[in-house]
Design a binder for this molecule. Structure first.
Ligand SMILES: Nc1ncnc2c1ncn2[C@@H]1O[C@H](COP(=O)(O)OP(=O)(O)O)[C@@H](O)[C@H]1O
Ligand SMILES: [Mg+2]
Length: 437
């Protein structure tokens, strides 16, 4: 039975300076059925929280519709509860009162409130802490209160927005396991769970179905059934195959997601683009970060080509590792297939040669493969003094991105361009110019 149906939903937000709108979600359709755990996976900024807020009725879509059990959703849905990454507890209320809050808002009378809250507190393993205040609790305990506060409402659907992301690794692992146990034991207070995460292993561990949201604007790229017996065993070969498959999809925006994991997913041809070179976002990483990562892969050899393992070894969040890999792929230093990263001959050379030769290689690759950098160079060449105010370029990026993002694009282009000795930047005058001037 379908509980929540999202039909062709788009969401646009106004740009801060009144210059139109930018699109966060486009044409999203999704169904959440009773009895399933769904993970919504996407990089930060892809619109996951926005989609969750739309699905819960907290904000409306710009286009499309949301239904709950076949009826249009009007206002916030009382049949669902939400657990937040930030816990969102009221510091002046103790555990008991924090948990009772939602019931009080629903005018449940006092005795029943007490009883239900005690039960929820018990389920999350916090009995004995009813009178404690949030500041006396560890992060993991605070999030247990977050769960109790949602459980006490006995919602038909539970939404969780990166509920384990603010916790340290062990605490997160622990709590995640307990939530999974409750679900597997049939003791969960709701009929289905939708969890938002950027953590691929977490998604494969918890979910029956993983939906992948692509970025800028957020679109559903596809979904994957996690057809493993519950609890999902991380050492099962299929677990690893699924994780690798998702990594390969998330590191390559061009891959069409078939959901057929056994098949080797050959790279789709990259369509030639006719859009402005400024519209394609550079990943925000410094050249030093890219070369550092490549050096490490060269030194560790084949042992480190598995991306999940690489993330684990470097103790990097996926969100931090993926942009580095994106940059390496963009520059032709690495290739990614089925969750493994392989350095190209040029990448290997770049990581191991002298600084001057690294710069030469970087320049060659940047000019050949990063259109925005060659576009800046040719613009500068057009000018008699071979210089241009950086605001000129910022203005172009600003047509494609919100202003903070435009500024980050400029900063990254300057970092890469300077390293490659393609152009120089005078920060006092805010000017870009060709070397030798
Ligand atoms: N109320 C809002 N007004 C303007 N922009 C917003 C608003 N909410 C989210 N955004 C923007 O929408 C994009 C997606 O945000 P979000 O849904 O929080 O992504 P995620 O949860 O995947 O990290 C971001 O660029 C964010 O800045
Ligand atoms: Mg979010």
């Amino acid at each position: 039975m379908s509980l929540i149906t999202v039909n062709d939903v788009s969401k646009r937000f106004p740009l801060p300076d009144g210059k139109g709108e930018f699109s966060v979600l486009e044409g999203v359709s999704l169904t959440i059925s009773a009895g399933e755990v769904v993970a919504l996976l996407g990089r930060s900024g892809s619109g996951k929280s926005t989609l969750l807020r739309i699905m819960s009725g907290l904000i409306g879509p710009s286009d499309g519709r949301v239904q709950f059990k076949g009826a249009p959703l009007v206002g916030s849905n009382p049949n669902l509860a939400m657990v937040f990454q930030s816990f969102a507890l009221l510091p002046w209320l103790n555990v008991q009162d924090n948990v009772e809050l939602g019931l009080a808002a629903r005018h449940v009378e006092r005795t029943e409130r007490r009883e239900r809250a005690l039960k929820a507190i018990d389920i999350v393993g916090l009995d004995g802490f009813e009178n404690a205040y949030p500041k006396e609790l560890s992060g993991g305990m605070k999030q247990r209160v977050g769960f109790a506060r949602a459980f006490v409402l006995e919602p038909e659907v539970l939404f969780m927005d990166e509920p384990f992301s603010a916790l340290d690794v062990l605490t997160a692992e622990n709590l995640r396991g307990e939530i999974d146990d409750l679900w597997n034991a049939g003791m969960f207070p709701s009929k289905s769970i939708l969890i938002v995460t950027h953590n691929i292993e977490e998604a494969v561990f918890l979910a029956d179905r993983v939906v992948i949201l692509g970025s800028k604007p957020g679109r559903i790229r596809g979904e994957l059934q996690i057809n493993l017996p519950r609890p999902h065993d991380r050492s099962h070969p299929r677990f690893k195959a699924l994780v690798d498959y998702i990594y390969s999809v998330m590191t390559n925006p061009e891959i069409e997601m078939t959901g057929m994991v056994e098949e080797s997913n050959g790279r789709a041809p990259i369509p030639r683009s006719t859009i402005s070179p400024f519209a394609k976002a550079l990943p925000h990483v410094r050249v030093g970060g890219i070369s550092g990562l490549l050096e490490l892969i060269v030194e560790r050899g084949e042992a480190l080509d598995d991306i999940p393992l690489l993330a684990q070894t470097l103790q990097l969040e996926v969100d931090d590792l993926l942009p580095l890999l994106d940059a390496a792929v963009m520059l032709g230093f690495a290739e990614i297939a089925e969750g493994d990263v392989h350095l190209t001959a040029i990448g290997r050379d770049f990581a191991t040669t002298t600084i001057q030769r690294s710069k030469d290689l970087f320049r060659q690759q940047a000019l050949g493969r990063i259109p925005v950098l060659s576009s800046i160079v040719s613009t500068l060449k057009e000018k008699k003094n071979l210089a241009m105010r950086s605001e000129f370029f910022l203005g172009i990026w600003d047509d494609y991105f919100p202003i903070e993002e435009a500024e980050s694009q400029l900063a990254t282009a300057v970092d890469w361009g300077r390293y490659a000795e393609l152009f120089e930047y005078d920060s006092n005058e805010g000017r870009l110019f060709l070397p030798g001037n």
